[in-house]
Ligand binder design. Structure first.
Ligand SMILES: Nc1ncnc2c1ncn2[C@@H]1O[C@H](COP(=O)(O)OP(=O)(O)OP(=O)(O)O)[C@@H](O)[C@H]1O
Ligand SMILES: [Mg+2]
Length: 326
């Protein structure tokens, strides 16, 4: 896509540590323009986190086979190594996690971690100037008593405040793309809403492109411009939020959204469980991976993995039956 700030093409990730490779991501294409938010939905194990981690090249190199291309802000991510990769992380693409302690170091104060991140990426910034920026970031993410909190250690903050501090750290070097992996799931409902509103506000203000992984369809609808639904390492449906919500076309998406048909509100709904179990990623069937659980499946579904069918306005579905009626 022209003008993309992030473009992932035919991403394939297999973990090779066990006897049979685990194909966690199996041909993902996804492009975002600046300022765009894509919500990534899909049941546990569908490859959402692996996709995000690939963008920052966080997988163990010796046990992972990764193919395809990822270009972020004009940078060929697959070609990065050493200092260039370290510089890319946080400066071009940043990530926030469900558990802030994954990103924060327990033995340093929050202020020290943020100033270090700034000075690592921008040579020539004095300690004082970096501290001023850290203070500005804490004010921006609305941490009360920001000056004092800069001198706190991560464990001294509540979960919600820690999440705010992690967002401040993620934004410290003005990234262009933010990856958010279930950033509110571990928080109380009211705190979740506050963090979500804050993220949305910052994303708009800073014109950040964002991929937002969530289990909560309502959250996806609230934050995103587009929804991408993953199943067994593939995006099986993608489109503008209103198109996917009003007219889901993949049987898996239809299943996920079935709570709506029962009159339930979308907000606060975790993904419903669909009958059957997810496939074994170490021995995926040759055809559509969803076929064994799909009530519309026919023998043709078992032959080859379905190609993406474009339905218009960027709404695309991987299902041969959708192709038949389109
Ligand atoms: N380092 C690894 N080595 C081997 N297998 C892995 C590794 N990381 C992830 N996997 C496997 O890849 C698959 C996809 O995992 P991933 O973490 O992306 O799922 P997810 O969609 O984020 O699920 P969840 O909603 O539970 O977070 C899973 O089967 C997982 O066990
Ligand atoms: Mg995950």
């Amino acid at each position: 896509m022209t003008g993309s700030i992030l473009e992932i093409r035919d991403l394939r990730v297999a973990f090779t540590g066990a006897a049979k490779p685990v194909r966690a991501v199996d041909g993902v294409d996804l492009a975002l323009v600046p300022g765009e938010v894509v919500a990534l939905l899909g049941e546990s194990g569908s490859g959402k986190s692996v996709t995000l981690r690939s963008i920052l090249r966080l997988h163990p190199e010796n046990k992972t086979r990764i193919e395809g291309s990822i270009v972020a802000a004009g940078i060929d991510v697959m070609a990065l190594s050493g200092a260039a990769l370290a510089d890319f992380r946080g400066k071009t693409v940043s990530m926030i996690f469900q558990e802030p302690m994954l990103a924060l170091d327990p033995v340093y104060t929050l202020g020290a971690q943020i100033t270090e991140a700034i000075r690592k990426h921008e040579s020539g910034v004095s300690a004082d100037a970096a501290r001023k920026r850290a203070l500005g970031l804490f004010e921006r993410v609305r941490i009360p008593s920001p000056e004092r909190r800069l001198d706190s250690y991560p464990h001294e903050l509540s979960g919600g405040m820690r999440q705010r501090a992690m967002i401040a750290l993620a934004l410290a070097c003005n990234p262009k793309v933010l990856l958010a992996d279930e950033p509110t799931t571990a928080l109380d409902a009211t705190v979740q809403v506050q963090i979500l509103l804050l993220l949305r506000e910052l994303q708009r203000e800073l014109d950040l492109a964002m991929i937002f992984v969530t289990h909560d369809i309502g959250v996806g609808v609230e934050v995103a411009d587009r929804i991408a639904v993953m199943y067994a390492g593939r995006i099986v449906e993608i489109g503008a939020v209103r198109d996917v919500i009003r007219a889901p076309r993949h049987p898996y998406t239809i299943g996920l959204l079935s709570t709506r048909a029962q009159g339930g509100r979308l907000s606060g709904k975790r993904l419903p469980t669909i009958t059957g179990s997810p496939p074994d990623l170490a021995s995926l069937p040759p055809g559509c991976a969803f076929a064994p659980r799909c009530s519309s499946a026919t023998s043709a579904c078992l032959e080859a993995a379905p190609a993406a069918v474009e339905l218009g306005h960027g709404h695309a579905v991987r299902c041969i039956h959708t192709a038949a009626v389109a």
